[in-house]
Design a protein. Sequence first.
Length: 335
Amino acid sequence: MPRLVLASAPAKIILFGEHSVVYGKPAIASAIDLRTYVRAEFNDSGNIKIEAHDIKTPGLIVSFSEDKIYFETDYGKAAEVLSYVRHAIELVLEEADKRTGVSVSITSQIPVGAGLGSSAAVAVATIGAVSKLLDLELSKEEIAKMGHKVELLVQGASSGIDPTVSAIGGFLYYKQGEFEHLPFVELPIVVGYTGSSGSTKELVAMVRRRYEEMPELIEPILESMGKLVDKAKEVIISKLDEEEKFLKLGELMNINHGLLDALGVSTKKLSELVYAARTAGAIGAKLTGAGGGGCMYALAPGKQREVATAIKIAGGTPMITRISKEGLRIEEVRE
Ligand code: PMV
């Protein structure tokens, strides 16, 4: 059995279809070039120990035994991340039918609560590292499914798209737990972070309340979102040239943002960044992820620098990132 395993998993952006995906509609998402690293090793205490030194919140150290959690430093938003890690470790121990002390240490380049799938990435990287440590052979699909289970345990509701993209990587069309690889398109995008974060759990619950109160209004919005995703898929797999593809995708992004705004998940800041990006020459811009803060992204062929500057002037943090082909990666195994 290995003595130490280091695994990493990427962030994602939902290109089209967040929220409607919770209602069984399709979505398109892609892994991006920001990663969470999890190092797993055995310990003699018999407990699960979690250290998170840099998860874009003040550093913290936490350990817990079966019924107690000890926070050794200030944790803030990061506490949410920890429940993903804890459930991930427990699921793997259950799967391996083992009760043993495991320590994990986390570092991450992904801002927490920004709609970039930081929770799923940490869950997937943890499952990847701990399962390898325990000599459990799991496929990436199985790891994605376990990541989805972790999200359901922590959030209550989840489509499973985040852990799937994080485990598998690349460009995926996702519907009801099944995914399909789409041809890889190198999209010239800029991600803009509002600097504040929304709670996926609360936003999903808020949309659910609206849906239950006014199904005759909300159902057609969700339907429309589903159809829009299928149109985007047609464009991506079509033989159109790159420029035409970008134009059509940009238009669909703008419509998708409007529909998300109608659901109530955009914020003034998100829409300001979206409009600033469009004014600076982006073909399309929309919020990505759960909303309520977090991130937007813009499609800006030949205009990435201008759009990044506009996002900055509008008070956001721009990130020029790349779509990533790779999902979960085992970085190091020490015997
Ligand atoms: O904000 P994120 O990265 O957690 O994305 C949430 C996406 C939703 O569609 C709103 C929820 C889900 O489970 O798919």
